[in-house]
Write a protein that binds this ligand. Sequence first.
Ligand SMILES: N[C@H](CCC[C@H](N)C(=O)O)C(=O)O
Length: 289
Amino acid sequence: MSTRIAFLKGHGTENDFVIVPDPENALDLTPAAVAALCDRRAGIGGDGVLHVVRSAAHPEAAGMASRAEWFMDYRNGDGSVAEMCGNGVRVFARYLQHAGHVDGGDLAIATRAGVKTVHIAKDGDVTVGMGSARLPEGAVTVSVGERSWPARNVNMGNPHAVAFVDDLAHAGDLLAQPPFSPAAAYPDGVNIEFVVDRGPRHVALRVHERGAGETRSCGTGACAVAVAAARRDGTDPAVTGAPATYTVDVPGGRLVITERPDGEIEMTGPAVIVAEGEFEADWLENAAR
Ligand SMILES: N[C@H](CCC[C@H](N)C(=O)O)C(=O)O
């Protein structure tokens, strides 16, 4: 019997993750190993992996170790690396609390998009300081079948194209990534959100995520949608001087996004640890071949 490796399953509004605690960064989590873990038939299953590493033990996070003890080494389910995962940070914080590494309240987590401040509330919700959005210039178009829409290019540390549509069904089956143009707008790929209105400052989305396909929720995507909606609605906090709060319904639940006049964006939503277990190191090695 080979070494057994501990894992947990968690989700944030049904964006689900395989959590792999590895404080000393001892595991060689190759893209193939991540894809094997995320395989919903032959593996554990998930939209991505949250590799839990002490910041001081990871070359990409050592510089943040004085500000954040833990580094979220996030991987998409296809094995690719992404700069940031908003639902992932909430679940990561919940794991740190579950494992006894932190109490509730305030903590900081290192990510590839910098150190994020997190608050674990007593009511179970987790709030993440997501930083501010960048809005690259240039028109972008996304298409599904015969339909095309203008999209807002929003970067939350990772790239998003936000399209406002009349009906979320117009996004089709989202089995493949919708075509976008110009290709140069997103040289490293893109997460594409389709958005409808549900009421004043209340929207709903579907999303095709880079490296994961259609997911039940995308935290950075919900932030990108709130930012795009505020620019559309004339509620841009940098212009009005007042915070803009949007309720964003995702297929897996509800997120609340507040953008402040200084540009800082906060996202609040649930985070749940569903199960924990072990897998055989030999299994992963063979599955990842
Ligand atoms: N697929 C995304 C990363 C995960 C984002 C999403 N799960 C979130 O909660 O922000 C990307 O490649 O940029």
